[in-house]
Design a protein around this ligand. Structure first.
Ligand code: SF4
Length: 453
């Protein structure tokens, strides 16, 4: 079999660790190389995935129908109540709208939708075409907000104007417009907001329950199972706990500047990081030692229950090889720790939106021979999986077909999963899914491709 090459313009975004001491300079935080068919989504999609789980808000995509269809129900994002977020509305712009402008159509759509669905707020997403024709969506949103008495929030997410990360920023700016507009009466001193937890398969409920057991009040989860009224009063919390740092650090920084709320970065994935996330919050509230006591008790009882259940998976997976390709690089740190716990080797660690510090951290953590890659594409991912003889890819919807076509296991760690991977129960689910996929009998009918020399 031929060796797969790499595009010349991509070389500086790929690094193979040779030793701990060698110099490390990876290029990242740049636009995708033309022709490389990046796995990244557009700016609009970045905003959409962050705001989508706000379940009692109206989400209107201002643009041609394709943008809305492309992101329809893009995240599981389960809700314990309203499910307005699962409807995908679009102004469905056509040629005449492009010529004469889409503002009237946007106004009419908003009035009609607000009257029909009575949402708590509305997010209006700008797509590429809006950036080109120059509709003044701020003016329309302001007018509708005054007429209907709810926040109508423009999201400046024109698809072409940067990377997916710019979409995260646009989403944070939109959220920040409603933070601080509600009453903080009755909020406990021992309270947090959870930022960057999207409740894809009920994870936010698991995490909230842990914190509640410790005596901590969760004021708002942004944005999983999100409610507009909770976001409005979230400035009353004492601490912001940021899980998906790539998407939500911006909001945490803005809340720190405006309201003085400190923030910490955590991960809810894997035994080590999950425990640390509880301990870190307990440490913040060190004037009440009962919180730390409760955290220790919780961790000890959960780990005691989990540990024996993981041994079967560990035994079967020991020495197997995993390739990780995720959206934000911070997630990869927790995945590496969890895979190590299962005695698996990580041969590839990559992300769509990592920064220099993230990749430096990955380099420190990874074993020699591991490939670190920024903003990869299907051909490159296939190349590394084949060359490193990976048994598993951990990624999202766009990586799934790569794994199956190459005849190896896959674990969805992104939008489409239906089982929670956060918390202690999440570690069990993760180990079980990896085990079932890697050792599945189906691979005898779809033999693995590999053996590149
Ligand atoms: S790139 Fe532009 S046209 Fe394509 S989905 Fe994103 S916003 Fe829509």
């Amino acid at each position: 079999m031929e060796t797969i090459g790499i595009l010349e313009g991509r070389r500086r975004q790929i690094y193979e660790k040779k030793s701990q001491t060698e110099s490390f300079d990876i290029t990242c935080d740049t636009k995708s190389l033309s022709g490389s068919v990046s796995q990244r989504a557009c700016v609009f999609c970045g905003s959409r995935v962050v705001l989508y789980p706000v379940a009692d808000a109206l989400h209107l995509v201002h643009g041609p129908i394709g943008c809305a269809a492309y992101t329809w129900d893009i995240r599981g994002a389960v809700s314990s109540g309203p499910e307005l977020h699962r409807l995908s509305f679009s102004t469905d712009l056509k040629e005449m709208d492009v010529i004469y402008g889409g503002e009237k159509k946007l106004y009419k759509s908003l009035i009609e939708l607000i009257d029909q669905y009575n949402p708590k707020a509305a997010f209006i997403y700008s797509t590429c075409i809006i950036g080109l024709i120059g509709d003044d969506i701020d003016a329309v949103c302001k007018k509708v907000s005054q007429e209907k008495g709810i926040p109508v929030l423009p999201v400046h997410s024109e698809g072409f104007k940067g990377t997916k990360k710019d979409g995260y920023k646009a989403a944070c700016l939109a959220l920040m417009k409603i933070v601080g507009t509600g009453s903080t009466e009755g909020i406990s001193k021992y309270s947090i907001n959870i930022l960057g937890e999207f409740n894809l398969a009920g994870e936010a409920w698991i995490i909230k329950d842990y914190y509640n057991q410790m005596g901590i009040e969760v004021v708002s989860t942004m944005t999983g199972d999100g409610r507009v009224d909770d976001i409005r009063r979230s400035h009353g919390a004492s601490l912001n706990v940021v899980q998906c740092s790539g998407s939500m650090t911006k909001l945490a920084q803005m809340m720190k500047e405006r309201y003085g709320i400190p923030f910490i970065r955590v991960s809810y994935f894997g035994i080590e990081d999950m425990s640390q996330a509880l301990y870190d919050v307990a440490k913040h509230f060190n004037d009440k030692p009962e919180i730390m006591e409760a955290a220790k008790k919780l961790v000890s009882s959960e780990v005691m229950e989990l540990y024996p259940k993981l041994q079967k998976f560990r035994k079967a997976l020991s020495g197997r090889r995993a390739a990780i390709y995720v959206g934000g690089a911070f997630k990869a740190f927790s995945l590496i720790k969890a895979l190590r716990y299962l005695e698996m080797d990580v041969v590839l660690a990559g992300s769509q939106t990592g920064n220099k510090d993230d990749y430096l951290g990955l380099k420190e953590m990874c074993d020699e021979g591991t490939v670190i890659v920024d903003d990869s594409n299907p051909v490159e991912l296939s190349k590394f999986v084949l060359e490193k003889e990976a048994d598993l890819i951990i990624g999202g919807v766009k990586e799934r077909p790569i794994a199956y076509k190459l005849g190896i296991g896959f674990c969805d760690h992104n939008h489409e999963r239906k089982i929670p991977l956060a918390g202690f129960i999440g570690m069990y689910n993760f180990a079980k899914e990896v085990y079932e996929s890697v050792t599945s009998p189906v691979w005898q009918f779809m033999p693995r491709k590999g053996g590149l020399k």
